[in-house]
Design a binder for this molecule. Structure first.
Ligand code: ADP
Length: 236
């Protein structure tokens, strides 16, 4: 069976005036369906650029990036946007919740934005919010929720359209260690129970260990763990 994600020799260089800044210098890897992969590396190693390409938010200069059979590098902006809405859920370091809406509406709004076929699926809503321990917190606005609860609402919003892929960029970057652990356990649990493929960028070795596998990035490429001195001993 072919991989769910196939990155093939991805290259991306930013141009700032006359200066060229290489961000990805030939990145190739596969991710199987249902796998949870952590991506680590120092600042400037190309993690965010890779995240944008995986999310269809940018295109590589060359190479291919197959997500569930579609090559994001070959699609138009409109086609990538359509697939992004249908197939990908995003979680960011900032929770990005709307302050005037309660938790329920912050999650439901993702259904409206995606224009999901068949409309609102209340059984799916109940399943995800109860899996994330949010059932009693739904009437509350973000300002009435802890950081961990806010990130769980953001995770529910990412999952509500049943994406095949969840992309998380430093999801615990704004959380204390207790809430980080709760959110990571929930991300892991939803990965196992709902079956999405998860790619998570993180700076935190403890967080990285929640993945099935760790990809180490350095200077725009993937390096073997033993060549990543900052992460000595952090392997799976
Ligand atoms: P990371 O997420 O690991 O910090 P990035 O993908 O953000 O890495 O950055 C990789 C390289 O590309 C760095 O040298 C960074 O300065 C550069 N870079 C990233 N975004 C831009 C941009 N919009 N314009 C110019 N250079 C950029």
């Amino acid at each position: 069976m072919s991989a769910f994600i196939q990155a093939q020799d991805l290259r991306k260089t930013y141009r700032v005036g006359k200066i060229q800044v290489p961000a990805l210098r030939g990145v190739s890897f596969d991710v199987a369906k249902g796998e949870f992969v952590s991506i680590v590396g120092p600042s400037g190693s190309g993690k965010s650029t890779l995240f944008y390409l995986l999310g269809g938010l940018a295109r590589p200069d060359s190479g291919h990036i197959f997500v569930d059979g579609d090559d994001f590098a070959a699609l138009s902006d409109a086609e990538r946007t359509r697939l992004r809405k249908k197939k990908i859920g995003f979680v960011f370091q900032k929770f990005n919740l709307l302050p005037t809406l309660d938790a329920r509406s912050n999650i439901q709004i993702a259904v409206d934005i995606a224009g999901a076929n068949g409309g609102y699926d209340s059984a799916n809503f109940e399943k995800i919010t109860s899996l994330l321990g949010l059932s009693k917190r739904l009437p509350h606005r973000p300002s009435e929720l802890s950081g961990g609860e806010q990130q769980r609402v953001a995770l529910a919003r990412a999952l509500i359209n049943k994406p095949a892929l969840v992309l998380a960029d430093e999801p615990t970057g704004n959380l204390d260690s207790e809430n980080s652990e709760i959110v990571l356990k929930m991300l892991r649990q939803t990965n196992q129970e709902l079956g999405q493929t998860v790619l998570m960028i993180t700076h935190n070795p403890e967080a990285a260990r929640y993945g099935d596998r760790i990809i180490h990035m350095r200077d725009g490429g993937i390096v073997p763990p033993e060549k990543d001195p900052q992460w000595a001993g952090v392997t799976k």
